[in-house]
Design a protein around this ligand. Structure first.
Ligand code: BEZ
Length: 328
C-alpha cells in the first residue's frame, strides 16, 4: 500500500492547481509495533501522532497499529523497505540479524541495572550505530529507547543454572539471545511477543525470557510462578522511518518527525529507568510468585561462551564495554 498519500495524486491537474495551497504536503502516515495497546511503546507512538498533528494543524496524521497488526517485525521491516509502511518502533532483534554489530547490545550483564542500561543506550557509540541503518537496512533510525531489562519466568522451580537445563525457553527471535540460551543448555524457542501468553498457557514452553513491564501487565506468573530477577540483558528499541518514505519528505517534515519521535523515545527511556524496578516490586508482592534473585555468577559459563562467539561477530562490543565501564 502506498504510504505517502499526498492528496495531489487523487486529483485532476486542474483541481490540483485550485486546491494545492490548502492541501500541499498532507501526509497520512502509519506506524507499527508488536506491543499491545497499553504498552509504553504504543502509548509513545500515539502521543507522537498527537504531537505531529498539533504541530502541523492536522496536515500530518499518524495512525498507530499495535500488537503486530501489520505483521511481525520481519514483515514490518520488509514493508518499511518497500515504503509500504512509514514508521515503526522495533526491537533491534531483526536489525541485529542483519547487522551483527547491533547484537553487541545483548552482551549478558553489559549493564548493571536499568539506569546504567539507559546511559549505555544514550551513548555516542550506541547512537552512532544508527548511521548504518539507511545503507544496510533501508530505514532511517531516529533514535533508541528500550523495553527495560530481561528477566526469566519459569513454570518449574529454578534454584541454579542447572535447573534450566533442557527447558524450552521462549526467546525473542534473534541470534544473540538464542546463543545465550543455547550456552545455558536450554532449548531456546523463538516466538514473537503476541504469541507468548498462549504458548505459556498451552505448555508449549516451560519458561520465557521477558521484561518487567510485560511480566506485570500480562501476569505471565499466573501460568509460570517462578520469576527470576536476573537483569541479564538490556533490550533496546529503535524508532525508524522507511528510507523510501524519508526520501520523499520535505526537509521541514523530516525535521518535525525527527524532533517529535526523539522527544517521545527519550521519554520512554526515562519511564523505563523509573518504572522497571517498580514493576518487579509489584510482581514480587504477588502471593503466587516464587521470586528469585540471581546475578552474573549464576550464568558464569554461559556468559563466557557468549563472549567468545560475539566478540568476533560484533567488533563494536569492545567500544560498548568501554562505554559501560565509563558510565558505571
Ligand atoms: C519481546 O519479544 O519479548 C518484546 C518485544 C517488544 C517489547 C517488549 C518485549
Amino acid at each position: 500500500m502506498k504510504t505517502i498519500r499526498t492528496t495531489f495524486t487523487a486529483l485532476t491537474i486542474g483541481a490540483t492547481i485550485a486546491l494545492a495551497p490548502a492541501l500541499a504536503g498532507a501526509q497520512d502516515m502509519r506506524i507499527g509495533m508488536i506491543t499491545p495497546p497499553s504498552h509504553l511503546w504504543t502509548q509513545a507512538a500515539e502521543s507522537m501522532g498527537d504531537d505531529l498533528e498539533a504541530a502541523t494543524d492536522g496536515r500530518i496524521t499518524l495512525q498507530t497499529f499495535p500488537s503486530g497488526q501489520l505483521g511481525n517485525e520481519a514483515q514490518m521491516l520488509q514493508q518499511l523497505q518497500t515504503g509500504g509502511l512509514d514508521m515503526a518502533f522495533l526491537t533491534i532483534a531483526e536489525i541485529s540479524n542483519r547487522i551483527p554489530d547491533f547484537g553487541a547490545f545483548y552482551a549478558p550483564f553489559l549493564a548493571d541495572d536499568i539506569e546504567h542500561a539507559v546511559r549505555i543506550i544514550r551513548s555516542d557509540v550506541a547512537t552512532g550505530l544508527l548511521d548504518r541503518l539507511p545503507e544496510e537496512v533501508g530505514v532511517v533510525g531516529l533514535g533508541f529507547a528500550s523495553a527495560g531489562m530481561r528477566q526469566i519466568v519459569s513454570r518449574p522451580d529454578v534454584a541454579n543454572a542447572g535447573d534450566l537445563d533442557g527447558l524450552k525457553v521462549r526467546i525473542t527471535p534473534f541470534e544473540p539471545i538464542r546463543d545465550f540460551y543455547n550456552a545455558l543448555g536450554t532449548a531456546p524457542t523463538p516466538m514473537p511477543l503476541p504469541d507468548v501468553y498462549d504458548a505459556l498457557a498451552n505448555r508449549q514452553v516451560d519458561a520465557i525470557d521477558m521484561d518487567a513491564e510485560l511480566i506485570w501487565a500480562m501476569r505471565y506468573f499466573e501460568q509460570a510462578p517462578t520469576v527470576i530477577e536476573s537483569n541479564h540483558m538490556l533490550f533496546p528499541m529503535v524508532g525508524v522511518v522507511s528510507g523510501r518514505v524519508w526520501a520523499q519528505l520535505s526537509e521541514d517534515d523530516r525535521a518535525l518527525i525527527t524532533e517529535h519521535m526523539q522527544n517521545r523515545l527519550e521519554e520512554v527511556l526515562d519511564k523505563y529507568a523509573e518504572r522497571d524496578p517498580e514493576w518487579m516490586a509489584l510482581v514480587e508482592d504477588e502471593d503466587e510468585v516464587n521470586y528469585v534473585r540471581i546475578d552474573r555468577d549464576f550464568f558464569a559459563e554461559a556468559v563466557q561462551q557468549w563472549e567468545e562467539i560475539w566478540s568476533e561477530r560484533a567488533p563494536i562490543l569492545e567500544d560498548l564495554r568501554r562505554v559501560a565501564d565509563e558510565t558505571r
